[in-house]
Design a protein around this ligand. Structure first.
Ligand code: GCB
Length: 608
């Protein structure tokens, strides 16, 4: 039995029996009445999870047996506080922020950390309250004033818990146990090529809403080519006969829609003189939704995206997707992007490459990033972390993937920039995988029929032929694949021009990846791996090679900037950095950057 140390007290992670899961997301959280819960959060690193399990490894908050002696046994069980933990004297970290880049002890840490923030509130009796987390990696157990609110899994999508009636007038304490342990049955699984940043990596808000609030809405151009703005407004409650006014002053639109028995109103509003959104003219309209008790506004762009044979049509016109892949990481400070400045820097670099398109790999990026893409005129490929070898036959794993895809689509469905929902990356062929991925494709389409559905596929080779015949290609709109000739296979860059392609599908080919590592500032000849010259030759010959594909309509080479990855061990050239960036971790543009830029300049002229 452990000896108790009574000086230190702190949280109440109490055994609350009802463990709810996060509820349907509030659309456009930024437009609500918010109190930021960002800032300094105290933290306790808990590798053995002593705050969660007793000495028999029974969870405190489920069994409530609490025999372990970590609770003060002089108090009744539900009033007791966990001992040996002391948030008040614990260090603090910035939220939003991954923990890895904030404390040396945590750089490679994978496990549980407790985080606590105190905040003042003055709840009004006629309002509802929610705590909203824009992203926590990976599993979060959330407690308010010692009562468990619930659990959320998935490191890149938002979630919320209702706290109406649970908030105190005065000081409140919110505690999270965040666990970033990689597990084989999760999404992503144990094997990835990026840093497993743990913690509360995006904003936290307390939102105050009216009793019946606008829970969700979609206002976009419909798939059918009618001159209407279409979608729906969904109220939080099943209240029929509620009027919602949709106002777009610039279009002289003011339309009233009325909710049905489910609290939902269909939207179909004719328009005149609409300026369509495009990268050249990223026009956003101020859209206002008002009910008797609420008014929220959003900036929405309207555009059409579709394919026809080999063509990608944006607003009816064939385009070439001049793209680049990005991770959600700031190379200069190493860590997740922390705010608008970081995000703008990344997208500005993409603009300097003359991109009109970005692949936000390999998981949902911040909602703010998508809003910036809307504003800056960059088309977006958005993805879920169904990456490499997932547990294809586990129903819980599928449910998790489906939930993450759903949350992504729910969150970003009003963003004009998003043209592609990607359901995964480099998933190996097998029958169970086809089922799993096929079902995800169906899910994406059922949630949104106005965008393209895609996945980054794999190719194989026979002699000098690169073959794409993945059966998933039937179910998706683009032929997208990762192709590492000149790096992982195929010899040096100058040898790759011998290849040709055999692509089974007559669909637009939008290459999701090619590339090779180069250490910025290391100069040698074109045959010397890791040199800028090798990467430069690789880009030169890759664009020539891919140019042989008739249906080529875009690409997102791998990758805009060097990024941290535990897989990348070469002590001289990598040092835990994947060096396939066109820009180094000090912001230096490598030679290959200019090859891609000049190719994109040509493509821009060609597709004017
Ligand atoms: C890939 C993966 C990407 C890796 C990249 C690489 O195919 O999709 O996540 O980082 O290759 O550098 O090997």
């Amino acid at each position: 039995m452990l000896k108790l140390n009574y000086w230190a007290l702190f949280i109440a992670i109490l055994f609350c029996s009802s463990q709810s899961h996060a509820q349907n997301l509030i659309q456009n959280i930024q437009a609500r009445k918010l109190q930021s819960l960002n800032g300094k959060w105290n933290y306790i690193i808990d590798p053995y999870e002593n705050g969660f399990y007793d000495y028999r490894h029974e969870p405190f908050d489920q069994s409530a047996s609490g025999t372990g002696g970590f609770y003060d046994d002089r108090l009744p069980k539900d009033k007791s506080e966990l001992l040996e933990y002391d948030f008040d004297h614990s260090p603090a970290m910035n939220v939003p922020g991954d923990w890895n880049s904030q404390a040396e002890k945590l750089e490679l840490y994978e496990g549980s950390v407790w985080l606590r923030r105190k905040f003042d509130a003055k709840p009004a009796s006629d309002k509802r309250y929610f705590v909203y987390f824009a992203a926590v990696n990976y599993e979060a157990h959330v407690y308010l004033n010692g009562k468990k609110l619930g659990i959320h899994k998935g490191g890149f999508t938002p979630f919320q818990f209702e706290v109406t009636g649970k908030l105190k007038d005065g000081t409140n304490s919110i505690v999270l146990k965040v666990d970033n342990t990689r597990k084989p049955d999760e999404i992503p699984t144990i094997n990835t090529d990026w840093w497993n940043y743990g913690g509360i990596t995006r904003d936290v808000f307390l939102a105050e809403l009216p009793k019946t609030y606008v829970a969700d809405y979609k206002i976009q151009l419909p798939k059918a080519k009618e001159n209407v703005l279409a979608g729906y407004v969904q109220l939080s409650d099943s209240t029929p006969g509620q009027k919602v006014t949709v106002n777009i002053a610039e279009l002289k639109i003011s339309a009233v829609v009325v909710t049905d028995a489910q609290g939902r109103a269909e939207v179909k509003i004719p328009y005149k003189n609409l300026t369509l959104w495009s990268p050249e003219n990223p026009k956003l309209y101020q859209v206002e939704l008002s009910t008797a008790v609420e008014k929220i506004s959003d900036k929405i762009g309207f555009r059409r995206i579709e394919t026809n044979g080999n063509n990608v049509l944006l607003n009816g016109k064939s385009i070439f997707l001049r793209g680049i892949s990005l991770h959600d990481e700031n190379p200069l400070l190493a860590g997740r992007l922390r705010g608008e400045g970081d995000m703008r820097m990344m997208l500005q670099w993409a603009k300097e490459l003359n991109c009109n398109y970005v692949r936000l790999a390999h998981y949902p990026h911040n909602e703010e990033m998508i809003r910036l893409a809307d504003e800056m005129g960059l088309l977006v490929w958005a993805e879920v972390p169904v990456y490499w070898t997932i547990s294809w036959t586990n129903p819980a794993t599928y449910a998790n993937a489906k939930q993450q895809l759903t949350d992504l689509i729910v969150r970003d469905k009003n963003r004009a920039s998003v043209i592609v929902w990607s359901i995964g990356n480099e998933t190996p062929l097998s029958e169970p995988r086809h089922q799993f991925m096929g079902n995800l494709a169906t899910t994406a389409r059922s949630l949104d029929d106005t965008r393209l559905v895609a996945a980054a596929l794999e190719v194989h080779r026979e002699g000098n032929t690169i073959i794409l015949n993945d059966p998933l290609g039937e179910k998706i709109d683009l032929v997208s694949f990762n192709e590492y000739a000149g790096w992982y296979w195929g010899g040096t860059p100058k040898e790759i021009l011998r290849y040709n392609f055999n692509i089974k599908y007559n669909k637009p080919v939008v290459i999701t990846e090619f590339g090779g590592d180069a250490l910025a500032g290391f100069h040698a000849d074109e045959d010397t791996r890791w040199s800028e010259e090798y990467q430069e030759a690789l880009y030169r010959n890759q664009v020539a090679l891919l140019g042989k594909i008739d249906g080529l309509r875009g690409m997102t080479p791998w990758i805009l900037t060097d990024f941290r990855s535990p897989r990348r061990q070469h002590p001289v050239y990598q040092n835990f950095w994947n060096r396939k960036g066109l820009i180094s971790e000090t912001g230096k543009k490598k030679k290959a950057f200019y090859i891609l830029k000049s190719f994109y300049d040509q493509m821009q002229l060609k597709y004017q």
